[in-house]
Design a protein around this ligand. Structure first.
Ligand code: TTP
Ligand code: MG
Length: 385
């Protein structure tokens, strides 16, 4: 069945909220992010982007590139409030809404397309509603699937609107650099270039065995994208969901080695549940309760996504360093939240050896768990026959 998916993404979100609330900043370069020595840019207004400033750049670099910009520390509460407003608007425009991050969502408008012939007009109405209620602009892409809808919203930013018809997909993708395929990062792009593959069309036409040398097990899914095929469904409520596991111990733990063992066990449990549902999370939270019930949590976010046990465990150890464990531990918990489809989080995963190895090992272990149950292989200890 033909589908119509809409992707909506706010323009320079944090920066535009700042410009809206401080009208004296309108039309000026605004950079939002950590202002300390080691701060990182969250986002930059389009006026600041002209100078080369962009998200995830060290703030010190941004200051050098655009010293005249106005630098602002983020006010997450305010952005969250706007986020809730726009998500509520989306719900009024589509039966299925999948929030992806604070300022973007996929909307499945397949059913609506049967009643509304003018889909760009529908998107314009949505943009107008957002503007009326928040005084902010959004960019919208409409296409037969998620990959193309996201591509379309991004392609016409800011204040954009683009509709991709199924019959134009091949022609549109052909000349684009392979970096547009979700999951192909800079390193993979460079590796492909050494085989003379720079565009999506070249990727499509290259022999499978050659592609496999560079993109390994992902070759098949990249080829599907290169052909404009993406069957992922719009899945509501992923944002709100989290996957976690906690344990209360009969005897309080004091031994750091034992605490590490417990963390490893929890990481394996959480990782397995994530992979079983093909989910990947952006945030990991460690919870520790002391014998006197005092409870602490520490979180960290990763653009790589929490998916593999090893990565969850490693980050859990880092979080542990931020909590005083000398008082003893009554409970430990690990939770991964901000969940997405695993395929969606691939953007920052490049295909270096360690990723390959981790995934091979994990697949082998997961296959055993699927067959014999989860307890078969935790902590690397097999049950007795
Ligand atoms: P994006 O939608 O990626 O960026 P944007 O809305 O600022 O700009 P664009 O017009 O290109 O969509 O992210 C939304 C918000 O999330 C962004 O305003 C700030 C925050 N963010 C970070 O804090 N760090 C990051 O590395 C990125 C990419 C975003
Ligand atoms: Mg945005």
């Amino acid at each position: 069945m033909d589908r119509w998916i809409m992707h909506v993404d706010m323009d320079a979100f944090y920066a535009c909220v700042e410009q809206r609330d401080k009208p004296e900043l309108k039309g000026l370069p605004v950079v939002v992010g950590g202002l300390g020595n080691r701060g990182v840019v969250s986002t930059a207004s389009y006026e600041a982007r002209v100078f080369g400033v962009h998200s995830a750049m060290p703030m010190s670099t941004a200051r050098k590139l655009c010293p005249e910009a106005i630098f602002i520390s983020p006010d997450h509460k305010r952005y969250k409030a706007v986020s809730e407003q726009i998500m509520a608007i989306f719900t009024g425009f589509a039966p299925l809404v999948e929030p992806l991050s604070i300022d973007e969502a996929f909307l499945d408008i397949t059913g609506i397309s049967k009643a509304v012939a003018d889909l760009p007009g529908y998107a314009l109405a949505l943009k107008k509603r957002i503007k009326e209620q928040t005084q902010l602009t959004a960019s919208v892409g409409i296409a037969p699937n998620k990959f193309l809808a996201k591509f379309a919203s991004d392609y016409k930013k800011p204040d954009g609107l683009m509709l991709i018809k199924p019959e134009n997909v091949q022609e549109l993708l052909a000349p684009l650099p392979v970096g547009y395929l979700v999951g192909i990062g800079k390193a993979t792009q460079k590796a492909l270039k050494s085989f003379g593959i720079e565009t999506i069309e070249q990727f499509r036409k290259t022999d499978y065995r050659v592609l496999e040398k560079v993109t390994g097990k992902q070759t098949e899914s990249f080829l599907l994208l290169a052909n404009g095929i993406d069957e992922r469904q719009v899945q509501p409520d992923r944002e709100a969901k989290s996957i976690g596991k906690e344990n209360t111990y009969e005897q309080d733990l004091y031994d750091s080695e034992q605490i590490r063992q417990e963390l490893l066990m929890l990481a394996q449990k959480v990782g397995w549940r994530l992979r079983r549902e093909n989910l990947c999370g952006q945030t990991l939270t460690l919870k520790v309760r002391y014998p006197d019930f005092e409870t602490h949590t520490r979180s960290s976010s990763s653009s790589f996504g929490f998916y593999y046990d090893e990565y969850i465990y490693k980050e859990a150890l880092n979080l542990c360093k931020k909590i005083n464990l000398k008082k003893g531990v009554r409970l430990i918990g690990l939770t991964v939240s901000k969940l997405h489809d695993n395929n969606q989080m691939m953007t920052s995963l490049d295909f270096d050896g360690s990723e390959e190895l981790q995934s091979k090992r994990t697949r082998a272990v997961d296959a055993l768990k699927k067959r014999f149950g989860e307890s078969i292989i935790n902590k690397g200890v097999l049950p007795e026959e």
